[in-house]
Design a protein around this ligand. Structure first.
Ligand code: AMP
Ligand code: SF4
Length: 454
């Protein structure tokens, strides 16, 4: 998922449209934009599908105003209703407001039960609606900083919220800093985005990151900062660096391509392979493959070609669709791999579908050996923070040893990056969330790991 906001720039919604396109890799199920007209009315358009499918020139023209927020949705099959497509938009006597979120509140069920027992009615399964109810529980005024502080204090888990009233945008991040949120400058206005790659497309310049536990207020006075809590950590999601973010984004001062290249270099040092060529699985593993190649001296070849017009296979809701997606998505280049001992670098193994299929493709194209190197540790735990990495019973490495997994994917050898190298590849970071790899969740999780399967 990702959020995007623009304050103080004419035709803000059009800018959001281009920015959401740039962040389309973060979710393809649905998207929406809410704008505020110069006379204070809120307008919304949202729908299922890609940004290019949901919006057209006429819709963009209708979304007038110099302030807007937008969202792209990425979610599991359970919550695929239009009601969950954000930003959500609330009418209230004290003033309308809109909310968009990225992440997952882990105590949401408890808070919803409590609110429902006191008469609240929910329309969606989103954290945005939960926050809206909590804000209104605290005060009957339009969302203001004090009510926001009180509401955020009740939330546990991962969130990056944008809250837009008719004259300001609040940008908030959870106290653990699990997902990124950055602020850019655009002319006399501001842009807030889940990924900095959106700034380049929108012509904005990076200004700062929203820090863990921070609420940044953007309005006619400029930007101001408040922290909703004293307790703050720096547990950025490792999967943002490893897989999710675009290589041209910088996450808390570390470029994603640079991170992946460094992880590839370290992967070679930890798990060298006797081979002829290195091949990265397009697109997310090309940087790591380049790093592995540079460290090993083996040539990095384009042995796999991606069909650009097929979406990310993982995001397809069923296993059979995912398998078909992988087939349509990648082809091996026979003239490059035939007769070669290949190192195949991928960013992660989740269910093992991708690796198994690619090893097979490479062998069919004549590779004599396939050594699989994964630029992250073994994924053994589910994520509770909004990244749909799968359930415990589906995670290959939670259910099989590395040796068994190697056999299951049909590789000649299989190795993973260590926890230490995963952390150290991130420009000297000393903290990071690695919970899906090591089970050390930075927050209380409010349910048992096995429950995630239900
Ligand atoms: P799998 O085929 O289930 O083992 O998934 C691994 C592949 O999915 C890797 O090639 C990754 O690039 C990609 N991937 C990893 N994590 C995610 C995620 N949370 N959402 C979508 N794709 C992912
Ligand atoms: Fe990211 Fe894994 Fe932590 Fe989830 S558990 S936030 S995917 S590192």
């Amino acid at each position: 998922m990702s959020v995007l906001g623009v304050y103080g720039v004419p035709q803000a919604a059009s800018l959001i449209y281009y920015g959401l396109h740039t962040m389309q890799h973060r979710g393809q199920e649905g998207c929406g934009i809410v704008s505020v007209t110069d006379d204070g009315r809120m307008l919304r358009h949202r729908g299922k599908g890609l940004v290019s499918e949901v919006f057209n020139a006429q819709k963009m023209e209708e979304l007038a105003g110099s302030m807007a927020i937008g969202h792209v949705l990425y979610t599991g099959a359970a919550s695929r209703s239009v009601d969950n497509i954000q930003p959500l938009f609330f009418h209230h006597g004290s003033g309308d407001f809109a909310v968009a979120s990225n992440g997952n509140i882990v105590n949401a069920a408890l808070l919803r039960d409590e609110l429902e027992s006191r008469g609240s009615l929910f329309h969606s399964m989103t954290d945005s609606e939960l926050l809206a109810h909590l804000i209104k529980k605290e005060s009957s005024e339009e969302p203001r900083i004090n009510t926001l502080v009180a509401a955020l204090k009740l939330l546990e888990g991962a969130f990056a919220f944008l809250i837009m009233t008719k004259n300001r945008i609040y940008a908030c991040r959870d106290r653990y800093g699990l997902h990124p949120l950055s602020i850019g400058r655009l002319g006399d206005g501001y842009v807030v985005a889940s990924e900095t790659c959106a700034f380049d497309t929108m012509g904005a310049e990076f200004l700062c990151d929203v820090r863990p536990g921070e609420i940044v207020t953007i309005d006619h006075k400029g930007i101001r900062s408040t922290f909703y809590t004293e307790e703050r950590h720096h547990c950025m999601c490792a999967m943002e660096y490893i897989y999710f973010a675009r290589p041209d984004s910088d996450i808390e001062g570390c470029n994603v391509h640079a991170y992946r290249k460094e992880s590839g270099r370290r992967l070679y040092q930890e798990a060298p392979a006797d081979a002829d060529i290195v091949i990265g699985v397009p697109d997310s593993s090309l940087s790591a493959a380049q790093g592995y190649s540079e460290a090993s001296g083996l040539p990095c070849e384009m042995g796999l070609i991606k069909n650009k017009y097929v979406g990310r296979t993982f995001i397809q809701p069923s296993q059979s669709l995912r398998e078909m997606g992988v087939k349509m998505k990648l082809s091996a280049v026979r003239s490059i791999v035939s007769g070669k001992r290949v190192v195949m670098v991928d960013d992660s193994i989740v269910r093992g579908t991708t690796s198994r299929r690619i090893v097979d493709l490479l062998r069919q194209a004549g590779a004599t050996e396939v050594h699989v190197r994964i630029a992250s540790p073994t994924m053994t735990h589910p994520c509770f923070y909004g990244v749909d990495t799968s359930t415990l019973d589906e995670l290959m490495l939670a259910n099989h040893s590395i040796e068994e997994s190697c056999r299951l994917i049909g590789a000649d050898s299989l190795a993973f990056l260590s926890y230490d190298a995963t952390l150290r590849s991130a420009c000297g970071r000393s903290e990071m969330c690695l919970a899906c790899f090591n089970g050390h969740y930075p927050t209380p999780i409010y349910q048992s790991i096995e429950d995630v399967n239900k």
